[in-house]
Design a protein around this ligand. Structure first.
Ligand code: ADE
Length: 362
């Protein structure tokens, strides 16, 4: 499944059987309308290719998120039986849990193309109109960070999602005319880390809304073993368990830690990743036995040392730690709450007795 430059718009009338993934992530310069899909930078491209090879290609290869898989299996079969596109799908939850992967899998299962973009790239009406007009029958449009869509982009999406049409304005002032252009039926997959920031008209237009959960250690261990096999890295099941335990319930982190441990193992040991090697490497890389990194610990320590464990507001934690409040809220906090080290109350965040203990304060 190659990532193709979005300038190479599919022009052939039918390309259904071969799935294509089109990435439109970061725009660098303003382009002509037909070029308004974004060009991946070389670095992003390389990284995407790497991640690409590790992604499970089909639903049967996808480990974890059992409930979501069951929902999607039914939706896929029903849509296929009716010869219709899938319902629009909204996936939410912390980063790294497999929202993009699931969208690509859906495209593979439905034998359609998947176009990948991110809301900030759809800043101008023509960005989104061009993208919508380029969709083939049943194609999937994946919009990451969908809570960041501009008002205008969002309003263009409403009729597109509901009636498969896009309303465009031609001309200016008194001479301006509105035209309604038909679209081929498509599926929108929206992804967000902040479901609460979505407007309700947008949220209500999704047929399926599902939260991705943190993965169980056993699931992450299977993912590590699968990735190690793809990377041709020898690993024991105890080694995989050790990496899984410290991966914050997140496949993207598990795979990243595996690559770092693989480097350590190749340089410092025989090459095979055992439990001891994984543990030594991760300790060296500052990932503690609960998977907390330097920033997690900084956040908890700041709350304990400056605010006696809270309650303390998010913005206050951000200024005490020098971290961005949105990153704390979307990346760090969900896992700290999941493992019972932090709580949210109406008066602010507090650290739990388990966090004091974990950091050696008692
Ligand atoms: N690699 C990353 N996420 C995965 C998942 N959920 N299942 C299998 N392999 C993966």
């Amino acid at each position: 499944m190659a990532i193709v430059s979005s300038q190479q718009q599919p022009t052939e009338p039918e390309r259904k059987p071969k799935q294509r993934q089109e990435s439109t992530r970061k725009r660098q310069t303003r382009k002509a309308p037909e070029e308004n899909l974004l060009q991946p930078t070389a670095a992003v491209d390389e990284q995407e290719k790497q991640e690409e090879s590790l992604r499970p290609p089909r639903l049967a290869d996808y480990i974890g998120q059992k409930e979501l898989k069951e929902v999607l299996l039914i939706a896929i079969q029903a849509a296929k039986n009716r010869n219709e596109p899938l319902d629009h799908l909204l996936l939410y939850g912390p980063p790294g849990l497999g929202k993009t992967t699931m969208s690509l899998i859906l495209a593979a299962e439905m034998e359609v193309n998947c176009k990948i973009t991110t809301a900030p790239a759809l800043e101008r009406p023509r960005d989104i109109v061009g993208l919508l007009m380029s969709m083939k029958q049943g194609d999937i449009l994946f919009i990451d960070e969908i809570h960041r869509l501009s008002r205008m982009a969002e309003e263009l999406l409403y009729p597109a999602m509901e009636d498969f049409r896009v309303d465009i304005t031609i001309g200016k002032g008194q001479a301006a005319k509105t035209r309604s252009l038909p679209l081929l039926p498509f599926t929108l997959v929206g992804a967000t880390t902040r479901i609460g920031s979505l407007t309700s008209p947008l949220r209500d237009r999704f047929g399926i809304i599902h939260r991705l959960r943190f993965y169980e250690p056993e699931e992450l261990s299977q993912i590590v073993l699968r990735t190690a096999e793809i990377l041709k890295t020898p690993i024991t099941s105890e080694g995989a368990t050790e990496i899984a335990r410290r991966a914050r319930g997140t496949p993207r982190i598990a795979n990243r830690l595996l690559k770092r441990v693989r480097d350590y193992s190749q340089v410092k040991a025989s090459g095979e990743i055992s439990q001891k090697i994984a543990s030594d490497a991760l300790t060296l890389f500052n990932v503690d036995p609960l998977g907390l990194d330097w920033t997690d610990r900084l956040i908890l320590k700041a709350m304990i040392e400056h605010f006696n464990g809270g309650p303390v507001g998010l913005e206050t934690i951000a200024s005490a730690t020098g971290e961005d409040s949105q990153t704390i809220e979307e990346v760090y906090e969900p896992y700290l709450m999941q493992i019972g080290l932090m709580q949210r109350t109406h008066r602010g965040r507090t650290v739990t007795p388990a966090a004091w203990k974990h950091l050696g304060y008692d």
